[in-house]
Design a protein around this ligand. Structure first.
Ligand code: F6P
Length: 322
């Protein structure tokens, strides 16, 4: 019978600073607690809106608020964390400690899926904190290449944790005892694909190259791409990116003309950068437009947005060429 190593054994074997491992372990443990609340749904009083809006002017769901508090409290209690930043909070929250790490997170990505029992997830990113002084907001604005770890938990048909701490991308599945078990030791994104993910209802608002790329894919075998494509859209980035890590594909959330001054809908620090690190380390490409790597985008503010075109490397090149 196959045995699946516990997460703690795997983590102990990683070549990484012990302090970083304690932060990754704290996130992983809190994701187990979040998965329980998510799975209980109405039974935990967790469905519906909280009656507040976040810094992005989005209506917060009860679970957005609950999971944000859970992760914030957990990480503020972690000795190696100097400050946290969240999609759900206006400002960073320093812990009063110096050195160690900064953690950013989207505590519940895809929260419009909560009430309909479709997949949601938690995304996290870890940056080095400055030594010898208290962290400031500017310390979070150093660009995705500086991430020392990133990952997500997806609360779906199975609950999985996918992360990178060294070179590779590794996946764990939550067992019935509440333990993460190593099930996906070396996740790689296939270079080619026939599957794309985009919110098609926004087609009329996109820039011309994105429209050209999607129209060519939709034209199928008899069109310029000479192959039939399939489309998937979960409406939770975490689940769409998970599918791409499992079987390839591309995911796009492009700029659109309704808000011309905004690069895109998704958040750079909490969504774009961590997912870009995972996709790149799994052999895929993660760009703003098919060309510019998301990891090279340096934010100017905590809640900056970014356009996203990521996934199977050859297909991201096709987006660039459209
Ligand atoms: O955080 C934003 C988010 O929920 C992503 O997870 C997801 O990809 C996107 O919004 C869905 O947006 P739309 O409303 O366009 O489907």
């Amino acid at each position: 019978m196959t045995t699946f190593a516990p997460f703690s054994d795997w983590l102990a074997g990683q070549e990484a600073p012990e302090a970083l491992k304690t932060v990754v372990a704290a996130v992983a443990e809190e994701c187990v607690a979040i998965s329980r609340v998510v799975s209980l749904g109405a039974l935990a009083g967790a469905l519906g809106v909280a009656g507040s809006v976040n810094v992005q002017d989005e209506e917060q769901k009860k679970l957005d608020v609950m999971t944000n508090d859970m992760l914030t409290d957990r990480l503020k209690g972690c000795a190696a964390v100097a400050a946290v930043g969240s999609e759900e909070m206006d400002l960073i929250e320093p812990t009063g400690r110096q050195g160690g790490y900064l953690v950013t997170f989207d505590p519940l990505d895809g929260s419009s899926n909560i009430d309909i029992n479709a997949p949601v997830g938690t995304i996290f990113s870890i940056l080095p904190a400055p030594e010898g002084r208290a962290p400031a907001e500017a310390d979070f604005l150093i660009g995705g290449r500086h991430q020392v770890s990133a990952g997500y938990a997806v609360y779906g048909a199975q609950t999985m944790l996918v992360l990178t701490i060294n070179e590779g991308v590794t996946g764990f599945t939550l067992d019935d005892q509440g333990q993460w078990r190593l099930t996906h030791p070396d996740i790689r994104v296939p270079a080619d694909t026939k599957e794309f993910a985009i919110n098609m209802s926004n087609r009329r608002h996109w820039a011309e190259p994105v429209r050209r790329y999607i129209d060519a894919a939709l034209a199928g075998k008899t069109g310029p791409r000479a192959k039939d494509f399939n489309m998937r859209w979960v409406a939770a980035m975490v689940a769409d990116v998970h599918r791409i890590l499992m079987r390839g594909g591309v995911f796009l959330y492009p700029w659109d003309q309704r808000e011309p001054d905004r690069p895109g809908k998704l958040r750079l620090l909490y969504e774009g950068a961590p997912m870009a690190l995972l996709i790149e380390r799994a052999g895929g490409k993660a760009t703003t437009d098919g060309t510019q790597p998301i990891l090279d985008v340096v934010p100017t503010r905590l809640h900056d947005r970014v356009a996203v075109a990521l996934g199977s490397a050859n297909e991201v090149d096709a987006i660039a060429a459209a």
